[in-house]
Ligand binder design. Structure first.
Ligand code: ZN
Ligand code: ZN
Length: 373
């Protein structure tokens, strides 16, 4: 099969920026060194452009996981131009298709099933989806946002202002023009490019699948470190409207922390989360499926699978009962109608659920260790 034609703009852009970043940048650093202010600008612009993609392009605009004040949207739009990953409108259109058709080699723009290279950068180097380039029907809602529309219209100019104008200005202020252009401009651009691209490549290849095995998305704490929290990608593909990717307090998700901070300051609102009950159910269902697959490789497994299924059904039943009772209690509290019977029901169900969760944990751990493939 003949490959589609190369997109020369992208090929040249990625080649020149990468080559210059691995040759000119270290040469300059070796010859002249970088000022502290240049290093700080590099760090701040990296975080700014990275978070504009994860919090702005991704969670705000692609998934509408929260709403943001126009000032915040403007800051994200400028940071998105700094990240040089196409306009928000285009990026979100691609990303919505990625979620809708994940792993479909013909429809998913960066299907990880086509390999690491393709999903990381290859998909941008050839005209694989030329026929739908410019088809923005799936982001009609976003074109109503005047800031998104403005950024899309003036994208090239904004890219030049943010990637050359801003480092130039900082360089003039701090007295190291070339150093600033190379480190805070170029080095930062290449670094943030690859960190974001890891979400499409590595986060679909390397890690665990605690919530679903229906697609290639993975959870990986190490990738979260490089991607401002987007490494919890298995969770994200199942609960895409949730403003969090790392849902546990100890999981590294600075994008979530930023959104929380904005909400606290009154600059973000309507933060969406998926019901705890659905998340807990997805987890146990994924565990059940994984163990069933493992047990099916062994003989005489019917009884083991039947046992596992029984404990799973009971746990699922208790989960539903507990969350229903908890909801009823919350409603009653709101109406100031709490009675003792309801309180006792919730307490008892909670105790039963914890007990069954322990049984489930033990049985799954036992089967895992006794039936290693
Ligand atoms: Zn993905
Ligand atoms: Zn997404």
């Amino acid at each position: 099969m003949t490959k589609p034609p190369l997109i020369w703009t992208n090929v040249i852009l990625f080649s020149i920026t990468t080559l210059a970043a691995i040759t000119l940048l270290p040469w300059y650093g070796y010859q002249y060194g970088f000022e502290t202010a240049t290093w700080i600008s590099f760090g701040l612009l990296s975080v700014y452009s990275g978070l504009s993609i994860t919090a702005g392009y991704h969670r705000l605009w692609s998934h509408k996981a929260f709403q943001a004040h126009p000032i915040v949207r403007l800051i994200f739009a400028l940071g998105g131009a700094l990240a040089l990953q196409n306009s928000a409108l285009h990026w979100c259109s691609d990303h919505r298709i990625h979620h809708k058709h994940v792993d479909d080699n013909d429809k998913d723009p960066y299907s990880a099933k086509r390999g690491f290279w393709y999903s990381h950068i290859g998909w941008m180097l050839r005209d694989y989806q030329g026929s739908r380039y410019g088809d923005y029907r799936n982001v009609r809602d976003l074109s109503q946002d005047p800031i998104v529309a403005w950024q899309h219209k003036h994208y090239l100019l904004l890219v030049i202002i943010m990637n050359i104008g801003l480092p130039l200005l900082l360089g003039m202020i701090f007295g190291q023009i070339w150093g600033m252009l190379l480190l805070a401009g170029l080095g930062r651009l290449v670094l943030v490019h690859h960190c974001t691209f890891f979400i499409n490549s590595l986060a679909h290849i390397w890690g665990s699948q605690p919530y679903t095995q229906k697609n290639t998305a993975r959870d990986n704490g190490l990738i979260a470190l490089l991607t401002y929290g987007e490494g919890y990608h298995n969770f994200h593909h199942l609960f895409e409207y949730d403003y969090r990717n790392g849902i546990r307090w100890w999981q590294y998700d600075p994008t979530k922390w930023l959104i929380n901070l904005l909400a606290w300051g009154g600059l973000a609102s309507k933060l969406r989360t998926c019901p705890e009950e659905n998340i807990a159910q997805a987890r146990i269902t994924a565990q059940l499926e994984l163990l069933k697959q493992r047990l099916s490789q062994f003989h005489d497994n019917e009884q083991l699978i039947a046992n596992l299924q029984k404990e799973y059904e009971h746990l699922k039943y208790l989960l539903v009962q507990y969350y229903q009772a908890k909801k009823a209690l919350l409603d009653a509290k709101r109406k100031k109608l709490v009675d003792q019977q309801l309180l006792t029901t919730v307490t008892n169900l909670r105790a039963e659920l914890i007990k069954q969760q322990k049984i489930w944990k033990n049985i799954t751990a036992y089967y895992k260790s006794s039936h290693q493939s």
